[in-house]
Design a protein around this ligand. Structure first.
Ligand code: AMP
Ligand code: FE
Ligand code: FE
Ligand code: ZN
Length: 273
């Protein structure tokens, strides 16, 4: 069997449900040779993951998943091999995390106006040390009995165009790409298949992307083939991962995607050239 990797994983440092160390332990159990921890707008879990990776023999690539906005759509950009101590990157991440807390407060205010008596304290308790996001608000809504499930919370309140939806701080893809390059990393478009906007892809590539996530747990075999062809056509690197958020939030998808080690070799080669 060829070596497999997973370059898209979340931990409790954002909206995953396993601690960074546990993510690496699970990767080891799945027999993965290399992984990247790509928490939303956060690199706090990377040092601990790299440390335990050394002990367990799992290569851990420093990463993050930056939230950007393009043509009114939330577009996620994965960063690999970034210097997690880069001052410019850390300054931005801090700003973004502060903005996310303010956004969580705005969402709670909206919910309160809709008659849902959720408090910001309950939401922040769900986020713990992690970067707060809508999934934590969804969890709090489930816990307090306002909805039956996280997906109902998004359907009824938190999803795009739903009554408690609030935009995030706006970062353009080209700004995210610049930030990633300044921090010594490679910028790759996350899960193109979930945007339903393939028409945007050429303009996104023009923002300076290095790669595209061709393999993702939500991509069909047909989509994987199409995005691999797209990568070849545009001279982009190919990446892939499960986007696993742990075993509590949705299905645990780690180990369900077949991403070859050659993808990582491609990233490494591009980094050195
Ligand atoms: P945020 O970054 O706070 O806007 O939250 C976005 C995150 O919410 C995504 O990365 C997903 O993990 C999660 N999410 C978005 N839409 C849904 C949905 N319909 N059901 C469950 N989780 C969702
Ligand atoms: Fe997420
Ligand atoms: Fe994402
Ligand atoms: Zn993700």
């Amino acid at each position: 069997m060829t070596d497999r990797i997973d370059l898209h994983l979340h931990s409790t440092c954002s909206d995953g449900t396993s601690r960074p160390e546990a993510v690496v332990q699970k990767a080891c159990v799945h027999g993965l040779k290399a992984i990247s921890l790509t928490d939303h707008d956060c690199v706090d879990g990377v040092p601990a993951a790299m440390e335990i990776g050394k002990t367990l023999g799992v290569e851990v690539i420093p990463g993050t998943e930056l939230s950007t906005t393009f043509d009114g759509k939330d577009i996620h950009i994965l960063a690999y091999f970034i210097d997690c101590a880069h001052p410019g990157l850390l300054r931005y991440l801090q700003l973004f995390q502060d903005e996310r807390e303010r956004r969580a407060e705005r969402i709670v205010n909206r919910l309160n106006q809709l008659g849902v008596g959720l408090t910001i304290e309950a939401v922040m308790a769900r986020a713990g040390d992690g970067v707060v996001g809508r999934p934590h608000i969804a969890d709090a809504l489930v816990e307090e009995g306002y909805v039956f499930s996280v997906s109902e919370a998004f359907q009824k309140y938190l999803g795009y165009n739903r009554p408690a939806y609030e935009k995030k701080y706006i970062l353009l893809p080209e700004e995210a790409v610049r930030l990633i390059h300044e921090a010594g990393g490679l910028a790759c478009l996350a899960h193109p298949g979930i945007y339903n906007r393939d028409d945007l892809l050429p303009a996104l590539v023009a923002c300076g992307l290095d790669g595209i996530e061709a393999i993702h747990s939500k991509h069909t075999p047909e989509q994987i083939r199409r995005y691999e062809e797209f990568a070849d056509l545009y001279g982009l690197l190919k990446t892939g991962g499960s986007d696993c958020h742990g075993s509590v939030r949705g299905e645990p998808t780690m180990g369900t995607v077949d991403v070859p080690y050659t993808f990582l070799e491609g990233l490494r080669g591009a980094r050195q050239s």
